[in-house]
Design a protein around this ligand. Structure first.
Ligand SMILES: Nc1ncnc2c1ncn2[C@@H]1O[C@H](COP(=O)(O)OP(=O)(O)O)[C@@H](O)[C@H]1O
Ligand SMILES: Cc1cn([C@H]2C[C@H](O)[C@@H](COP(=O)(O)O)O2)c(=O)[nH]c1=O
Ligand SMILES: [Zn+2]
Length: 195
């Protein structure tokens, strides 16, 4: 569990950055947890910049929106490098759906943290085949704090770590919601899917 040790601007002697990753399956509460952390940073009067990949327009062009409809304003970006230009002098950088960003996000996260920023990234750790979703494995490796959240398996009610695709599409990136994916536990995921 990530513990917020110094929220206020004046709490630390020096501005020391770090990387936090929130990962898990679809519907596991990644976006809700990201929004919760960012709202607390705003309450602490920190300057917060929020980004999401421009391709994820499922709910809203600009807002980061959870399945539970909590939302926070964000800037859509095409490339990970765009964040370096747009983050400016902020204290906290939040990024949702990082699995859709290019591999450059790893270097970008490191540079932002080294500038003294708190960098919070949320995204899928596995794809519809139950395989690591790049660039998440690299982000998990360089993060100081990792939180893996779980959904509820739609088959049996256990904790779910997998995103089961309900259609036959084979492309890695297929945007969708409950119409095309459901959260499943390991057993129920592999019962319905042969790698
Ligand atoms: N199978 C499920 N397990 C848990 N929560 C679910 C499930 N299906 C829908 N939800 C809803 O999704 C919300 C989490 O949404 P969100 O934060 O957007 O998740 P994620 O970003 O991980 O996809 C939950 O609070 C709940 O209301
Ligand atoms: C497993 C998997 C998912 N996607 C897509 C489906 C959704 O549009 C997003 C995940 O959104 P969430 O906020 O985590 O619910 O990713 C995909 O393109 N490929 C996959 O393998
Ligand atoms: Zn199950």
């Amino acid at each position: 569990m990530f513990i917020e040790t110094s929220l206020g601007k004046g709490a630390g002697k020096e501005k020391k950055g770090h990387i936090e990753v929130i990962c898990g399956s679809m519907f596991s509460g990644k976006t809700e947890e990201l929004i919760r952390r960012l709202n607390r940073a705003l309450i602490a009067r920190q300057q917060v910049e929020i980004f999401k990949p421009a391709l994820d327009t499922r709910y809203h062009a600009y807002d980061v929106v959870s399945h539970n409809e909590t939302a926070i304003r964000s800037t859509p970006i095409q490339f990970a490098q765009d964040i370096l230009l747009l983050a400016g002098n902020c204290d906290v950088v939040g990024i949702d759906e990082v699995q859709f960003l290019d591999a450059g996000i790893v270097e970008v996260a490191i540079r932002l943290a080294n500038q003294g920023k708190r960098v919070i990234l949320a995204g899928l750790d596995m794809d519809f085949e139950g395989r690591p979703f790049e660039p998440m494995p690299q982000l998990l490796a360089v993060a100081e704090y990792v939180t893996k959240v779980h959904a509820i398996c739609m088959k049996c009610g256990d904790l779910a770590s997998y995103s089961y695709r309900l259609n036959e599409a084979k492309e890695k990136v297929v945007l969708g919601e409950k119409d095309s994916y459901e959260a499943r536990c390991r057993k129920c995921f592999y019962e319905g899917f042969t790698p």
